[in-house]
Ligand binder design. Structure first.
Ligand SMILES: Nc1ncnc2c1ncn2[C@@H]1O[C@H](COP(=O)(O)OP(=O)(O)OP(=O)(O)O)[C@@H](O)[C@H]1O
Length: 273
């Protein structure tokens, strides 16, 4: 297959559980297109972060394959993992910046750790990445001096420091005010378009995901793919499970009430005296 048509990441009949008692992902097959933004949505605990960990080679699937740009990920092959991770940028939940380093040194960190580039070149790259997120002027600030929205953008600059071909964002909008959320979302889209990186995004924020994604995957608890398609297709879906999720309806196929004994039984309502 021609490279440009081959998905950058392929999840091929993957089943995974952290232990044998519970399956987290159940025979999942997904394809993440090169140079596109794909959002993976789904309720808490349905396995979104787990999926990212499988792609990053943190865990191996119980069965099935994870294919990274045509290469099957094998977590026992340390040389391969190192090579693949060098091509991967990750923005962790809440950014996770080093508070003892300033803004500049946070972005420089992966460059100093993973490359032998001379310091003047590192300086230029760091300032370029900070420029891309609008924070070149903040390079000398301490992390304690920056706002939550700025911190997220610094984490973004750090995630793209090594020019990754794949960027994975774990809850990039969590804890942000609406304006910062919009800024972060637009940046994710722009960075994807400018760099041509393949972008995977997991988030609970449906409007932001719908606004910036090319493709959306909806996962359900029990590790099942409920639906996938363009944002417009998902928003227009007549499937009750998709509708409940994308519209945030409190009751639907996913029940508001946890299974319980009947009201009559618990409260004695209607019981004959
Ligand atoms: N290291 C682990 N060991 C055992 N169980 C785990 C581990 N990490 C996650 N789990 C469990 O696996 C399930 C899926 O977790 P995961 O973090 O992938 O879900 P998620 O969809 O990302 O959830 P959220 O949206 O709340 O972040 C959860 O029930 C979680 O408790």
């Amino acid at each position: 297959m021609n490279d440009s048509h081959r998905p950058f990441i392929e999840i091929d009949h993957v089943t995974f559980g952290y232990d044998s008692r519970r399956t987290i992902l159940n025979d999942i097959s997904l394809r993440f297109a090169r140079g596109k933004v794909t959002a993976v949505l789904g309720g808490s605990g349905c396995g979104k972060t787990t999926l990212l960990r499988l792609i990053g080679g943190v865990h191996a699937p119980g069965s099935g394959r994870v294919v990274f740009d045509g290469e099957m990920v094998n977590i026992r092959d340390k040389a391969q993992l190192q090579r693949l991770r060098r091509r991967l940028g990750m923005l962790f939940q809440f950014g996770a910046l080093f508070t003892d380093l300033n803004v500049f040194d946070n972005v420089a960190f992966p460059l100093r750790e993973m490359t032998d580039l001379p310091e003047p070149l590192i300086r230029d790259i760091v300032l370029m990445k900070l420029q891309a997120v609008g924070l070149r002027g903040a390079s000398g600030l301490r992390i304690s001096e920056v706002s939550g929205g700025m911190a997220r953008r610094i984490a973004l600059a750090r995630a793209i420091a090594l020019d990754p071909e794949l960027i994975m964002y774990d809850e990039p909008f969590a804890g942000l005010d609406l304006v910062s959320m919009g800024v972060t979302a637009r940046l994710i889209r722009t960075l994807t378009d400018v760099t041509g990186a393949t972008t995977l995004l997991i988030s609970h924020d449906i409007p932001q995901c719908m606004a910036i994604s090319d493709w959306v995957v909806l996962l359900a608890t029990g590790g099942r793919v409920v639906a996938q398609g363009t944002p417009a297709e998902l928003m227009a879906s007549a499937d009750p499970e998709v509708r409940q999720f994308v519209r945030g309806e409190p009751d639907g196929p996913v029940k508001f009430h946890y299974p319980a004994a009947s009201v009559e039984q618990d409260f004695g309502v209607g019981a004959a005296s």
